[in-house]
Design a protein. Structure first.
Ligand SMILES: C[S@@+](CC[C@H](N)C(=O)[O-])C[C@H]1O[C@@H](n2cnc3c(N)ncnc32)[C@H](O)[C@@H]1O
Length: 241
């Protein structure tokens, strides 16, 4: 049985894994790469890889059983432009991203991430400052970061963090506050469920701009201040004593 949720901060998931390079994952390793973070059972990528044979798709997922099942599907279809890897994205992705040839990463998607609603669990959410900076470092200007969720309380902080980083802009044609449609040609499993229920989906497509990366500590301090504005003396909006 595959667990519904795992705690990414538990000691087991803090062990870094060395993820194989594109040459060990794809038949044509020079193709542009789409990285989907938190791909779950992988059916979205399985369909997308067949729809986009000129793109290499990598799904990473922290629940190992889902990755094993997804990999079995991929192997049955003998898809050379798709791979799934078990890892904690917050621990093991940065080194893999850093080793990529410049310009090869075309798109990063984070779709319907686990919400971890309680404030004390917000640090378990997948989009943390270090991962965002690793993504920003690996994406060349013009390359894309796609975020979507059905939970405003989850997507709003992701958007705020991404914009605080300064390395991403939204194309001028991208509707605000949320895109009206999915820029990807196929829905994820969660997206299909949400749309079937008639519930809204909140989406933003960012493009990497030319701005240099901020310091990690600066972005972490920003996040702390944004999470707890009343406690933070640096925040001009904080009430004075
Ligand atoms: C709510 S599911 C969404 C799955 C899929 N993206 C979709 O839209 O249908 C979020 C997925 O992210 C995975 N996940 C959460 N934290 C992760 C982490 N730190 N690294 C890798 N995967 C993670 C979860 O195990 C889960 O499968």
């Amino acid at each position: 049985m595959v667990r519904q949720h795992v705690n990414p901060l538990s000691r087991f998931f803090q062990l870094p894994l060395e993820l194989p390079p594109p040459a060990a994952l794809f038949t044509d390793p020079g193709h542009p790469i789409h990285l989907d973070i938190g791909c779950a059972r992988g059916r979205f990528l399985l369909a997308l890889a067949q729809h986009q044979p000129g793109v290499n798709h990598l799904g990473v997922e922290i629940r190992r059983g889902l990755v094993q099942a997804a990999e079995a599907d991929r192997q049955a279809l003998e898809l050379g432009n798709l791979h799934y890897l078990f890892c904690n994205a917050n621990v093991s992705l940065e080194a893999w991203l850093t080793a990529l040839p410049v310009g090869q990463l075309d798109l990063v998607s984070i779709q319907f991430p686990d919400p971890w609603f309680k404030k004390k669990h917000h640090k378990r959410r997948v989009l943390q400052p270090a991962l965002l900076l690793a993504i920003a470092k690996a994406l060349a200007p013009g390359r894309r970061l796609f975020l979507q969720s059905d939970v405003l309380a989850v997507i709003e902080p992701m958007v705020a963090l991404t914009e605080a980083c300064g390395c991403f802009t939204r194309p001028s044609a991208d509707a605000r506050p949320w895109r009206s449609s999915n820029p990807l040609p196929l829905p994820t499993e969660r997206e299909r469920y949400v749309l079937d229920q008639g519930m809204p989906v909140y989406r933003v497509l960012y493009e990497r701009n030319e701005a240099p990366l901020p310091e990690l500590s600066t972005l972490e301090q920003w996040l702390d201040a944004a999470s707890d504005p009343a406690d933070n003396p640096l925040d001009p909006a904080a009430p004075t004593a």
